[in-house]
Design a protein around this ligand. Sequence first.
Ligand code: SAM
Length: 268
Amino acid sequence: MKDFVFKKKFGQNFLTDTNLLKGICNDAGIMPGDQVLEIGPGMGALTKQLCAVANKVVAYEIDEQLKPFLFELNCPNLTVIYKDILKTDMAEVESFFEGDYKLVANLPYYITSPILFKFLTQSKKLTSLTIMVQKEVGQRMAAKPGSKNYGLLSVSCNFFGDAKILRNVSRKMFSPPPEVDSCIVGLKIDRGRFDVSAQDFFVVSKMCFKSRRKTILNNLAEGLGVSKQKLESLGIDLTRRAEELDTSEFVALTKLLKANFNVAETNR
Ligand code: SAM
């Protein structure tokens, strides 16, 4: 690593511990026939373990200076694309995979949320994600209604499955060490879990969480641009706060609002 200057702006905190790297592959349940997408392979420590088990690994890396390290891995089942994953169309990413694939990544923390939302809302073939995130983000992803960490991120993940913290990882395991501890979160994606479109669900949940202290009634009246009386005439209890509702209640609310208002249009 001595010839390489770490770029903080790209969230470059690399892993080296082989046991941990093998553990992450294990957490992800990587099997010999699997196709895997890795975001941010860095010097290829995790990539090498993934390539040892999976059938095919496609990795997106923003930093071209990492080319020599990834080239040296010499993995025949690896394709590295030097591109910003956030600026890449989902169709392009998914064109590398025939059928299902799994996402495994030690994510650059500065873009964890946009990556999550991109893959959760746009992906058609992703079956699971196993990602290293900042500990607090992991806690938010896996949080249950009523807890202090519960919010839009929890509901958004829960729309697709039960996010689980699979292991905690100390900052000391990274080189250079970041300022925070981390954890590995696993989420198996089930797109048929609820019979409402993800887009409508996200619009409604986002509106409800807009101002955490306000009741859903106030948030929805503002978000939808309709009167409180109109909302009250729907005949459901809107006096609660978003943090009290579970995913199925957001689904029911989405359906009811969709049947009575133009939910999609109000989001434009
Ligand atoms: N996977 C390696 C490991 O575990 O040692 C490196 C992980 S490091 C936390 C994050 C990696 O993501 C870095 O290699 C960084 O250059 C890359 N990265 C940062 N932003 C990116 C982006 N927008 N698109 C693709 N890769 C990115």
